[in-house]
Ligand binder design. Sequence first.
Ligand code: AMP
Length: 207
Amino acid sequence: MNYILMGPPGAGKGTQSKKIVEKFGIVHLSTGDMFREAKKSDEVISKLLASGQLVPDEIVVNMAKKRLEKDDVKKGFLLDGFPRTVNQAQELDKMLKSENMKIDAVFFIDVCFEEAVKRISGRRVCSCGASYHVDFIPPKVEGKCDGCNCELIQRNDDKENVVRDRLDVYEKQTRPLIDYYKSTGLLVNIDGLKSESEVFEDIKNAS
Ligand code: AMP
């Protein structure tokens, strides 16, 4: 199965992605993860990510195209964070058509603006990949990872002013995609204010 996971920053896409790919045995394709890796050696990408702005469509589309040409996606994939503009969605449609592939469902997890700000600005991460929240999932020792005891950090783009800019970008550039996928009949609305396990249940029930 091939799925798209959409939603504003803070909707819980990262958490749900892990559960979905494990449950369905499919590949997780996160453009955000790819750009976080790329920013280590690319100053332009690094600046865009730090400011919460989108990377230009042409760069994203080329990167996604290369990734979708790899063999492992044949077992199914979950697109997380891509497409993010109507133009990217149209380019994705062309790519899939040329590879004889299709999307089976687009899960749209929605949360309101203030909830998203609260969730992301409290997030703390460890270099081992573990993620915490100062109020909702606090580590046992403040500022330290439960697993490896390393110092937890706040991602630059999780700082409150950048979060508000990211949400603004989302409203203007990504929200129009909801209508795009509604018109294809692929859109599944998921209430992101429910608990993590309830959201996952809703996704499973709709898949
Ligand atoms: P994410 O982890 O999905 O929130 O992505 C982190 C950052 O990577 C975003 O704020 C953008 O700067 C960039 N990014 C990820 N996916 C895309 C995309 N599809 N189009 C443009 N920029 C993207």
